[in-house]
Design a binder for this molecule. Structure first.
Ligand code: G2I
Length: 477
């Protein structure tokens, strides 16, 4: 049996209903010995890309340097493990348009061909950026620069039209630190609308690519920079500026650590109606500590249905722009690190999404499962409880509510809470909502009403004002 025909037992067992009958049927017609051979570990994917693909068609990729494609240790790991590529430098403005209106795609083509000939996805990086501009562009300003930038977007996105899964249309346009301001740059000085102008040009040049905004230090939900990018994406969606995705670079180290609210960041952006992608992941460190952080990042992505893929910024530690921090998954000799094992096992353990999928998961089984079911949870009105945790910032908050079933599991649940005066709910996920201020009630959606005794599910909502002091009550049926 190939991996593709093996259903994911966690996904099956998480979805009771008609499928449960198939489980019983399948178990009934199998011998106990045959059933026992279906241990999930025996069927688990053995590479990052294959495992990510089984998790709802996600990808797992790496930034690639054209100069390394002749290194056989490098390509052995690359070709075995990954199914997506981002050119590390070869699609940047200085590489593709070294002289104005003279385009050079030689090195970028080598990488694109390496990927597309293997059926992998390519992330284009990047069309408009303050950095790595060729000299001629660095010296430009005003309308001449605006036109040159749009010409670059049009020509490069047009050349690669049809070959790029996602484009980093604009990279790193926000400043670090407090205030959430735009970064000063020659592009910013052409007018605040330079970002949306770039997105519109990219859409025209390649209507099928997903168009992304990409940045770093946007991982922590409470940071001003994160909030500023969030507001820009929200504004673009409201005004119909073509944006499909947000890239979180996620370069983590002790000075810029993995934040515990990372999942909130990913799910909050996803709730705006964009895909989210982890685009330049590297985590400095070693051993168990590094492995645990990689595991957390993977679990956070898997928990958000619209987190469509992860790319590490390089293949081996010695390929990294921060090689001294040994931030990647492979040693220089190609050996797997503990962080690799943690990443693969997190992918293989695939958590159930807490965001409603917008399209049915592609990994859904067409064959009856051959794994024995666990005892189905007893259902009934055994009560439930709910707790709320808040991520707040000035003028707003995201509330995550955990609903826990009581002694006999739930078929359906309802959570009520009174919002503080002045607070208004703007959007909710994983629950139906009635009311948006004062007394607000949340009820389960189709896929999370049934909770086994003692187990939990989570839903969330975002609000303006302050959410401090809410105390949810829960009732079950
Ligand atoms: O700085 C890390 C990344 C942050 N986000 C955007 C990414 O595009 C960026 O990638 C890095 C590359 O990994 C480096 O390889 O971008 C750097 C430049 O901003 C790249 O460094 C450049 C060096 O500055 C050049 O001197 C060198 O010629 O790499 C070039 C090719 O090795």
């Amino acid at each position: 049996m190939s991996d593709k025909t093996v259903p994911d037992p966690r996904r099956l067992l998480a979805r009771p209903g008609p499928r449960a009958a198939l489980v019983s049927l399948a178990v009934g017609i199998l011998t106990a010995g045959a059933a026992l051979t279906f241990a999930s570990s025996a069927n688990a994917a053995t590479t990052l890309g294959a495992s990510a693909a089984e998790r709802g068609g996600r990808y797992f990729g790496a930034a690639v340097a054209a100069s390394k494609l002749s290194d056989s240790v490098y390509t052995t790991v690359l070709n075995r493990e990954f199914n997506q590529i981002t050119p590390e430098n070869e699609m940047k403005i200085d590489a593709t348009e070294p002289q104005q209106n003279q385009f050079n795609f030689t090195n970028a083509d080598r990488i694109v061909n390496h990927a597309t000939s293997r059926g992998w996805k390519v992330r284009g990086h990047t069309l408009a950026w303050h950095s790595q501009q060729p000299g001629w562009m660095q010296n430009m300003s005003g309308t001449a620069l605006r036109s040159a930038m749009l010409n670059h977007v049009t020509r490069v996105a047009g050349y690669y039209a049809g070959k790029i899964d996602s484009w980093d249309v604009v990279n790193e346009a926000y400043a670090d630190g407090n205030g959430g301001a735009r970064r000063d740059s020659n592009l910013q000085r052409t007018g605040n609308d330079w970002i949306e102008a770039a997105f519109r040009a990219a859409r025209t040049a390649d209507p099928n690519a997903k168009l992304c905004y990409n940045d770093y230090n946007t991982d922590n939900w409470t940071w001003d920079k994160t909030q500023a990018v969030y507001r820009m994406v929200q504004d673009f969606k409201q005004r119909g500026v073509p944006i499909d995705c947000v890239g979180f670079q996620s370069h983590f180290n002790s000075g810029s650590p993995y934040p515990s609210n990372y999942r909130t960041t990913l799910s909050s952006f996803a709730a705006l109606g964009v895909d989210v992608q982890i685009t330049e992941l590297d985590i400095e460190g070693s051993g168990t500590t590094q492995a645990n952080t990689y595991r957390n990042v993977v679990n956070d992505c898997l928990a958000v249905a619209r987190c469509s893929g992860i790319t590490t910024w390089g293949v081996r530690d010695c390929d990294s722009w921060r090689s001294g921090g040994t931030p990647l998954l492979f040693e220089c000799n190609g050996n797997k690190k503990p962080a690799y094992d943690a990443t693969l096992s997190a992918l293989n353990n695939g958590v159930t999404p807490t965001n409603p999928p917008t399209t049915p998961p592609t990994g859904n089984p067409t064959n009856p499962p051959t794994t024995p079911p666990t005892t189905p949870p007893t259902q009934g009105p055994g009560g439930c409880s709910a707790t709320v945790s808040l991520n707040s910032w000035t003028g707003g908050f995201v509330a995550t509510v955990r609903v826990t079933a009581g002694s006999s599991g739930t078929n359906a649940w309802s959570v009520g809470m009174t919002l503080p005066s002045g607070a208004t709910v703007t959007n909710a996920w994983n629950a139906n909502r009635s009311g948006n201020s004062g007394a607000v009630t949340f009820t389960n959606v189709s896929y999370n009403g049934r909770i086994a005794a003692g187990q939990s599910t989570e839903f969330g909502f975002q609000g303006t004002g302050s959410g401090t002091g809410m105390s949810p009550t829960c009732s079950a049926s």
